[in-house]
Design a protein around this ligand. Structure first.
Ligand SMILES: Cc1cc2nc3c(=O)[nH]c(=O)nc-3n(C[C@H](O)[C@H](O)[C@H](O)COP(=O)(O)OP(=O)(O)OC[C@H]3O[C@@H](n4cnc5c(N)ncnc54)[C@H](O)[C@@H]3O)c2cc1C
Length: 496
């Protein structure tokens, strides 16, 4: 195990994309084997030394940032194993938790397979993606990371470890589930709060008869250290086309999305040769204007933009493209003004376009040295308009620089409110709390992909209440009695 004590050698582990400052740690540990992780966790647990797992440090909620104690880096667990074909359409691959998602994606693609989740950030690790249940633009068709995790190997704070396989262990009707480790069995009681049945990354997973593996997906580094994972691969699509459509009235774009979403959901079930989007992404006027200097194609009078993608084959391309052209024209858009992409190079330009907004926002945040306030709420589809109007009203009343983009196909948008002073930041936080409360009142979630980390505690409280947080704390303590792991991620380590 590599141990670094000179802080100058691990500064890069003291920053992520949250803009949080002041992270600090006494030491950085870089374990190389499962036994290294096991002995480190056991020792820290005995001595009550906080351990924060840091991976790609691309998270946006400060989850990987240590405030005291030590950092455990997963960088040496970066292996990418052999692809194991299970059937014509399914394969598995075992990877170290520190492997970079983009490298995994490229490797499997070169070998005729696809790892479907596609969070836009290139440097994130698979362990980070699992711990936050990351999703991204193609979540509309493929779902979140969770769906593609077949097994994990995880080390707990008492030094024990377990390989947990999907489909083997389930919670009973009362939320009790048995965890088998190399040191024996543990009876775990899952929290009892009700999580919404929409895209959600808030709270420990406790849906009825939960598969044990799902409990450790989205745990934000608080329950154990994942050292490897077995991923599910599917066959890649043959071709992809897409378009970015600019609307001069946002309401028209929402109507367009509703129709595309409903058609896609229907056609996904029937397999009809028709509209079946892979992603449906939204950019509001402010988001588009922010990147307009880099993209003159964005019209001056733009009010909203929609990016769509659909997979196809050489044989189905013409038919499907015609279907899209018809539906686009139905909403009064001249297709000459749509930015279409139909080959790999053009699709890469779309990816860069989509990534540009968070990238520019993060640059501003770094310059301002004030954390970004970025919402991650999702609501049931029929409540989306109410949610957007509510946010707009709050931003306008408070005259704050804001922009919204995200996964409108899943009624999951990121509104970014950017403060340039500490006073403005406090205002932004207050507004975010109001937005979170509104989302909860509409039957939604306060986070659908980024998690709670250290920056969103009040929002989780708004969603699960004190009782829910207490249930989470109890659950965590059943696996981490010294309360050392991922301190202050999701909720405070100690009661306020
Ligand atoms: C420009 C940009 C775009 C982004 N786009 C998306 C997007 O589209 N979708 C999305 O979901 N996210 C997105 N993110 C957020 C980020 O990439 C994800 O949260 C990602 O999953 C973090 O991975 P990481 O390896 O950087 O983890 P880190 O940031 O290092 O850690 C994240 C959390 O996971 C825990 N953790 C990491 N590895 C392990 C492990 N092996 N065992 C236990 N706990 C662990 C950490 O303790 C921490 O709590 C974006 C970020 C940026 C900067």
């Amino acid at each position: 195990m590599i141990i670094k004590t000179d802080k100058d050698t691990f500064n890069h582990y003291l920053e992520d994309a949250s803009g949080m400052i002041g992270a600090n740690a006494d030491k950085l540990f870089i374990p190389e084997t499962r036994e290294d992780v096991s002995s480190l966790l056991k020792e820290c647990s005995d001595k009550k030394i906080p351990v924060t797992v840091a991976a790609g440090c691309t998270g946006v909620t400060g989850g990987c940032l240590a405030y005291g104690g030590v950092i455990l880096s997963t960088e040496k667990f970066n292996s990418i194993g052999k692809i194991q074909e299970i059937s014509k359409d399914k394969a598995l691959i075992t990877v170290g938790s520190g492997a970079i998602v983009n490298q995994i994606k490229s490797y499997v693609l070169e070998n005729g397979w696809m790892y479907a989740p596609d969070p836009t950030e290139k440097n994130a690790t698979i362990g980070g993606n699992i711990s936050t249940d990351a999703s991204g633009g193609r979540g509309f068709k493929y779902g979140t990371t969770r769906k593609y995790i077949n097994a994990i190997e995880i080390v707990f704070c008492d030094g024990s470890f377990a390989k947990i396989k999907r489909g083997e262990t389930f919670a009973d009707d009362n939320g009790t589930v048995i965890l088998k480790t190399n040191l024996g069995t543990k009876k775990l009681q899952l929290p009892k709060y009700n999580l919404p049945h929409i895209k959600n990354a808030a709270g420990y997973y406790n849906y009825k008869n939960a598969d044990l593996i799902d409990v450790f997906i989205g745990h934000e580094g608080t329950l154990g250290v994942i050292i490897s994972a077995e991923l599910i691969l599917i066959r890649p699509f043959e071709m992809l086309f897409g378009g970015i459509i600019f609307f001069d009235k946002k309401e028209t774009s929402w109507d367009f999305v509703k129709e595309v979403r409903e058609l896609s959901e229907k056609n996904k079930k029937t397999g009809a040769l028709d509209i079946n989007a892979m992603s449906i992404e939204y950019f509001d006027k402010n988001a588009l204007n922010l990147i307009k200097p880099y993209y003159p194609i964005i019209p001056n009078n733009v009010d909203a933009g929609i990016l769509f993608e659909q997979d196809c084959t050489k044989d189905t391309y013409d038919t499907l493209m015609e279907k899209w052209i018809n539906i686009i024209e139905k909403y009064g858009i001249n297709t000459d003004d749509v930015w279409f992409a139909s080959n790999a190079k053009e699709q890469e330009e779309f990816r860069i376009f989509r990534h540009k907004i968070p990238e520019v926002v993060n640059e501003i945040v770094k310059k301002n040295k004030i954390p970004k306030v970025g919402t991650d709420v999702a609501v049931p589809h029929d409540k989306l308009h109410e949610m957007i109007y509510f946010c707009e009203q709050k931003f306008n009343e408070n005259k704050l620089f804001n922009l919204t983009f995200g996964h409108i196909g899943e009624s999951h948008l990121h509104a970014n409110i950017i403060a340039s002073t500490k006073e403005e930041y406090e205002k932004c936080r207050k507004i975010y709390l109001e937005i979170a409360q509104k989302a909860v009142s509409l039957g939604g979630t306060v986070t659908a992909e980024h998690g709670i980390g250290k920056v969103k505690h009040p929002f989780l409280l708004a969603m699960l209440g004190k009782e829910g947080i207490e249930e989470m704390r109890k659950f965590k303590l059943s696996l981490d009695p010294s309360n050392i792991l991922g301190k202050d991620n999701m909720f405070r380590a100690t009661e306020d």
